[in-house]
Structures are given as structure tokens and as C-alpha cells.
Design a protein around this ligand. Structure first.
Ligand SMILES: *[C@@H]1O[C@H](CO)[C@@H](O)[C@H](O)[C@H]1NC(C)=O
Length: 416
């Protein structure tokens, strides 16, 4: 074993010998090769959503307690004012996630966490209402991950101007990311993360930007330009980490040819609850839809592909899921005149309150997705913890036996 390791080290040295001495960058590259190889290993992970970037539906109490009008972290901070916002958010950051969560994630057989963070935590912009202070908790998280033997994907979840107009970007409404100097400010935020989280034994990847919404108006050539900028930055300052790139809601295999051969991983997200056609399907079709994502797109990609967000939920009933003030398509109270069913036991609380059929369907749907996504490079469930969103809360699903533990356990084998 020792001899083998020495041979490897000598090989690494001889590979760089042409360029005189081994640079520190080369040493980190060698570390990373031993740490996680996205081309050959399977990601099994979970997102720490709603922690360092809050979302109304993950922690409704923070939003309800602000007294109305808060629909995203921008308006929450605006309404509370900086002092009060910092105090309430700090209390949340320091209590929502701890070492214990990392230990339980590892005990559930996972090897990764993806941690969303907003630009306002790393490169705040003068005059905006956001408050910062999240980074010391992200630093803690990386130590907790190391303690639990987990890898971390640091995910830039919100960009200046908002890259998608969703509340989870920090600022719901217009997409203004590609206006003014916002893209350049995003590169600055990425650079801060890439320099700070250089411990490649734990932070194995940094995600360029979560869900830039190409169908909503983000210019794809501009997005590619941004990806080239941050890849070059990462290669300069932290070549130990892989670059994760969202597919921008385009078929993931439509990115074939782009950056092929670089240390990049595509991130695609799969939900079947934000569209009336998908919501109206029975469980067999939900399963088929997940399986065909894998067979029609994931396995056809020329790069590793991780399904970086997905859920066990089969409805959009969770309180505030469609945004504060918007109800649910499923019960016909939002963007629909067709009522498909009742949201009563699916809006809040535990998945323990689902009917026996709904429970069986949830477990079956989760297993089908695990099977499908492991045909390529793996998955990260959305999300680890909520205040009560049935189907979305992995620790609740584990407790109810609706999420397989270990994740390879099957009650419904070979669905795809
Ligand atoms: C963004 O940065 C690039 C490269 O440094 C520069 O050429 C460009 O003018 C900047 N754009 C804006 C809008 O500041």
C-alpha cells in the first residue's frame, strides 16, 4: 500500500517535472484525486436548504414572525431592518444545523452535502438590505463535514440582480442578473468562495450558480461566458475543486461538447410538482418520468451529471412552496382551475400524516429516482430539514421509513 502511494506521488511529480518543480497547485490536484472523483464515484447527498439562504416554505416561522410583507430574504431584511434581521438570522444560522445533523446524514449512508450560500454573505453590495455573517457558519459546516466524513459542494445560490427571480435566489421578481455589473460582481463572489474553501479533502466542488433561468430570459451565451470566467478563476486559485454547472433548465445533454475534458460536473434539477400536467399523473407515470430523465438525458451526457435537487413530494401543497401569498396548483387554488385533490394533510406537518397509499407512493417514487439518478453520477435530495413540509424533509422521511436507509435498500426494486 505504502509502495503504491509512493509510486503515485512519484508519478505525480514526474508529470510536472517538465515544468521544473512541483507547484502547490499540483499537490492539491493530487489530493483531490484521492478525495472524490466525480467521473467514477456516485454522489449520494442532501442539500442544507433554508439554512444560510432562507426560504419562506422551509422555515415559515421566520417569515410569519416578521409581521407580513416578507416574501424573500431581501424583503425580510428590509422589513426587519439590519439590526433585527442580523439578530434573528444569526439565531437561525446558529441553531438550524449542527454537527449532529452531519453525523446523522453520514449515518443515513450519504457521502455529500450541498450548501447554498448567497453573494450577500461573501461580497455584499453597498445599499442593499441583506445582512451578512453566514460565513463563520459555513466554516463550521466544513469542519463538521470533515468530522462526519462527508464531502461539501459549496453552492452559490443567489447572484446580484437575481439569476431566476425565484424567492430562493434571495430576491423574488425580475431577473436582472445580466444587467449592469452584476455578472462581474458574481465572479467576485465566486472568487471569494473559491479562495476561502480550498481544503480539497472536504470541499470537493463549488457550484458556479444555482438555477440560472434560461427559459425565463437568462441569455445562454452570457451564461456560458460566466461559466468560462469562473472555471478559469477556479483553475487559478483552487484547482483542487471541481466546477458544478447548472444546466439552466435546458436538457442536460444539450451541454455536450461544452468544456468537455475540464474538471466540471453538470447539475440538473428534477421536480414533478410545478406543472399541472405532471401533477395530474398517477404514480406509474411519475416513476416513468424519473426513469426516462435518466435514460433519455443523464446517460447521454458527455460529462458527469448529478441530480442536485429533487424531492419525494408528489404535490405542490407545502405551505409557501410556490411563494408567500401563492397557494397550490394541486387543490386548484393557484394558476389552475382544476382541483386534483386535497392539500389538507400535505401542507404542513410530518409525512406521518399521509395516507397509506400516499406513503407507499412516496417511498416508491423516491426509490425510482435513486435508481434512475445512479445510472449516471448520483443525486442530492432537496432538502435535509424543514419546519414541516411533507415529502420534502429528508430527516422526517427517514424517520417514517419513506426514504431507504441505506439508500440502496429497496422495497420496489428495478423500476426503471
Ligand atoms: C466586467 O469585467 C470584464 C473583465 O474584467 C470587463 O472587461 C468588463 O468591462 C466588465 N463589465 C462591467 C459591466 O463592469
Amino acid at each position: 500500500m505504502l509502495v503504491k502511494r509512493l509510486q503515485k506521488a512519484l508519478l505525480a511529480l514526474s508529470l510536472v517535472a517538465g515544468g521544473a518543480q512541483a507547484s502547490p497547485a499540483r499537490v492539491r490536484l493530487e489530493n483531490r484525486a484521492a478525495s472524490f472523483d466525480y467521473k467514477s464515484q456516485i454522489v449520494r447527498g442532501v442539500n442544507l436548504g433554508g439554512w444560510l439562504v432562507t426560504e419562506p416554505w422551509i422555515t415559515p416561522s421566520i417569515y410569519d414572525n416578521a409581521g407580513g410583507g416578507a416574501v424573500d430574504e431581501w424583503t425580510l431584511s428590509q422589513i426587519l431592518g439590519a439590526t433585527e434581521a442580523r439578530s434573528r438570522l444569526s439565531a437561525h444560522w446558529s441553531s438550524f444545523i449542527s454537527q449532529d445533523d452531519f453525523n446523522r446524514i453520514a449515518q443515513a449512508g450519504l457521502n455529500h452535502v450541498r450548501i447554498p450560500i448567497g453573494y450577500w454573505a461573501v461580497a455584499p453590495i453597498e445599499g442593499e438590505p441583506y445582512v451578512d455573517g453566514q460565513l463563520e457558519f459555513l466554516d463550521n459546516a466544513i469542519n463538521w463535514a470533515r468530522g462526519a466524513g462527508l464531502k461539501v459542494i459549496v453552492d452559490l445560490h443567489g447572484a446580484p440582480g437575481s439569476q431566476n427571480g425565484f424567492d430562493n435566489s434571495g430576491h423574488r421578481g425580475a431577473i436582472q442578473w445580466q444587467q449592469g455589473s452584476s455578472v462581474n460582481q458574481t465572479v467576485v463572489a465566486f472568487d471569494v468562495l473559491a479562495r476561502r474553501y480550498i481544503q480539497s479533502d472536504v470541499v470537493t466542488a463549488i457550484e458556479a450558480l444555482n438555477e440560472p433561468f434560461v427559459p425565463g430570459g437568462v441569455n445562454e451565451d452570457g451564461l456560458k461566458g460566466y461559466y468560462y470566467s469562473v472555471l478559469s478563476d477556479l483553475q487559478n486559485v483552487n484547482p483542487g475543486a471541481a466546477l458544478f454547472m447548472s444546466d439552466g433548465f435546458q436538457a442536460v445533454d444539450s451541454w455536450n461538447g461544452f468544456m468537455q475534458g475540464s474538471d466540471v460536473v453538470m447539475d440538473t434539477h428534477h421536480y414533478q410538482v410545478f406543472d399541472n400536467g405532471l401533477l395530474s399523473m398517477g404514480i406509474d407515470d411519475h416513476v416513468k418520468t424519473a426513469c426516462s430523465l435518466a435514460t433519455q438525458h443523464l446517460v447521454r451526457s458527455d460529462k458527469p451529471v448529478v441530480v442536485g435537487e429533487w424531492t419525494g413530494a408528489l404535490t405542490d401543497c407545502a405551505k409557501y412552496l410556490n411563494g408567500v401569498g401563492n397557494a397550490a396548483r394541486y387543490d386548484g387554488t393557484y394558476q389552475s382551475t382544476t382541483r386534483l385533490g386535497d392539500c389538507a394533510n400535505k401542507a404542513t406537518g410530518s409525512s406521518a400524516n399521509l395516507s397509506p397509499d400516499e406513503k407507499a407512493n412516496t417511498r416508491r417514487f423516491i426509490e425510482a429516482q435513486l435508481e434512475a439518478y445512479e445510472m449516471k453520477s448520483g443525486w442530492l435530495f432537496w432538502t435535509w430539514k424543514t419546519e414541516g413540509a411533507p415529502g420534502w424533509d429528508m430527516q422526517d422521511l427517514l424517520a417514517q421509513g419513506l426514504f431507504p436507509n441505506p439508500p440502496t435498500d429497496r422495497q420496489y426494486p428495478k423500476q426503471c
